[in-house]
Design a protein around this ligand. Structure first.
Ligand SMILES: C[S@@+](CC[C@H](N)C(=O)[O-])C[C@H]1O[C@@H](n2cnc3c(N)ncnc32)[C@H](O)[C@@H]1O
Length: 465
């Protein structure tokens, strides 16, 4: 979860009215129609399907109207008391008021509906694998300066107003403690009303903190930052100004992560799975998907980041090739022991603009793709065009030496593809392209590691149909 602002289109509110909620929208708000009948559609944060509510319309939102929930007149059996004291105001979590099993079902349904929209409604989607709260080892929070104690938290619902969330239930205890340090330290380096963000990552050697501030701090501000690094016992503190380039402020210990048993020294910015539990759940599914492949088979990890999947797969005896647009992540992966031993090759490449083409795919037994929310349209179309090769297709060792090169033989796609996605709509589009290219969907597993949010991730295995 990030502290990205929600768009506010509030107008002076109109008279309240009663409405019946008939579904949850994609962002977790209740979709309601007037109890008295009529076609008006309301988006009501905090309302659940089946409920009769009193709401107050606030203004247009897309094809309907945004409305504030004033009262729940008849509550759903699935309504629970939100566990977090900030839930009523904070926009960080959308669905704390929904019973966890119902939330898991709703997230699964999102995947089912997205697949059905692409003509894949008969595909079996497994139950959601739900992970516990309080485990976020990576979190982006908003900061605002104040004369005493700054604000450190998230935007309020449907608003750009940052609110303090001292009792937030999402972070691990060390990250929660750092948020408290930040509140105390903020007046030293962020002027009153000025806003910034903090990207916090808990590593094995301490917290790696990257601050983005609107203007460069003066000497006293820099002293306050150095003091923060000491007081909070940070491993590293890095600064960016208005999203510019990174400037090291303090390096007290090199931040270290272990992926697939391999130590990795992560740079401050690149993607990392938000929780260790989530990383393990996704990795276990990816490893299980490839267990039929013979040791020594070549697997490509596309959108590989720091090697979350590449390194555990290499530890299983596969030969890995990884690609990602983020050169600092590729640098970190390329510096690991398996990469130095030639078991993992890591290459920087923009896979949206320059997807790997059929000739480059030849000889690979497996591919795992974990793209950003937009999905991997161009890359998946290239895989679909190559078509699925036989299970355990023989590997020609010569291609391991080629980076972005083209083996001469006719193209044959991988026998197993694993798609990891954080957006059901683009996942379903990409799944459709693979099915049209001759792949069969073996299984689909939703994973919920963004507890209480409307987000859901999916892991799916495709093989020769
Ligand atoms: C959801 S993350 C997955 C990273 C990695 N698989 C992991 O689990 O840690 C998506 C990755 O896609 C990369 N990415 C984004 N746009 C890209 C592009 N156009 N070409 C290649 N990689 C891209 C990002 O740098 C990021 O590492």
């Amino acid at each position: 979860m990030t502290a990205a602002p929600r768009k506010s289109r509030k107008r002076p509110s109109s008279s309240p009215l009663e409405a019946i909620v008939h579904a949850l929208g994609d962002r977790g708000d209740g979709l309601a129609r007037p109890a008295s009948g009529g076609e008006r559609l309301f988006y009501v944060a905090g309302a659940l399907p089946g409920e009769r509510v009193r709401l107050r319309p606030q203004g247009r939102k897309g094809d309907g109207e945004i409305a504030e929930l004033e009262a729940v007149i008849e509550a759903s059996a699935e309504r629970v008391d939100p566990p977090c004291p900030h839930a009523a105001l904070c926009g960080g979590c959308d669905l704390q008021h929904l019973d966890p099993p119902a939330l898991a079902d709703w997230k699964r349904d999102k995947v089912v509906r997205a697949l059905a929209h692409r003509g894949l409604g008969t595909v079996t989607v497994d139950q959601t694998l739900s992970l516990p709260a309080g485990t976020r080892r990576r979190l982006s929070v908003g900061l605002r300066g104040r004369a005493r104690h700054g604000v450190c938290g998230f935007f309020a619902r449907e608003s750009h107003r940052l609110i303090d969330t001292p009792h937030c239930l999402l972070p691990t205890p060390p990250l929660a403690a750092l948020m408290e340090h930040l509140r105390r330290a903020l007046p030293g380096f962020l002027a009153p009303a000025a806003e910034g963000t903090a990207l916090m990552t808990e590593t094995e050697t301490g917290i790696d903190l990257r601050l983005d501030l609107p203007t460069a701090p003066e000497l006293t501000g820099r002293e306050a930052l150095a003091a923060l690094a000491e007081d909070a016992d940070l491993a590293r503190l890095t600064l960016t100004i208005a999203g510019g380039s990174e400037e090291p402020v303090a390096l007290r210990r090199a931040p270290k992560l272990t992926l697939g048993g391999t130590p990795v020294l992560p740079p401050p910015g690149p993607f990392l799975q938000p929780s260790v539990d989530g990383e393990r759940a996704l990795t276990d599914l990816v490893l299980a998907a490839f267990e039929d492949l013979p040791a020594g088979a070549v697997i490509a990890d596309l959108f590989c980041g720091l090697g979350t999947f590449a390194l555990p797969l290499a530890a299983r005896g596969f030969k890995l090739r990884g690609w990602d647009i983020e050169s600092s992540a590729i640098g970190a992966l390329g510096a690991t022991a398996p990469a130095r031993a030639g078991k993992v090759q890591a290459t920087t490449r923009d896979l949206f603009r320059r997807p790997l083409v059929a000739e480059e795919l030849a000889g690979w037994s497996g591919v795992v793709l974990d793209p950003p929310r937009a999905g991997a349209k161009a890359q998946v179309e290239a895989l679909a065009a190559a078509g699925p090769g036989p299970l355990g297709a023989p590997v020609r060792p010569s291609i391991l030496g080629i980076v972005g090169g083209a083996p001469a033989a006719a193209a044959t796609g991988p026998s197993v593809i694993v798609l990891v996605s954080c957006a059901p709509a683009s996942f379903a589009r990409d799944a459709r392209a693979l099915v049209d290219g001759g792949y069969r969907i073996d299984w689909v597993r939703p994973v919920d590691q963004f507890t209480w949010s409307h987000h859901v991730e999916v892991v799916a295995r495709f093989s020769r149909g």
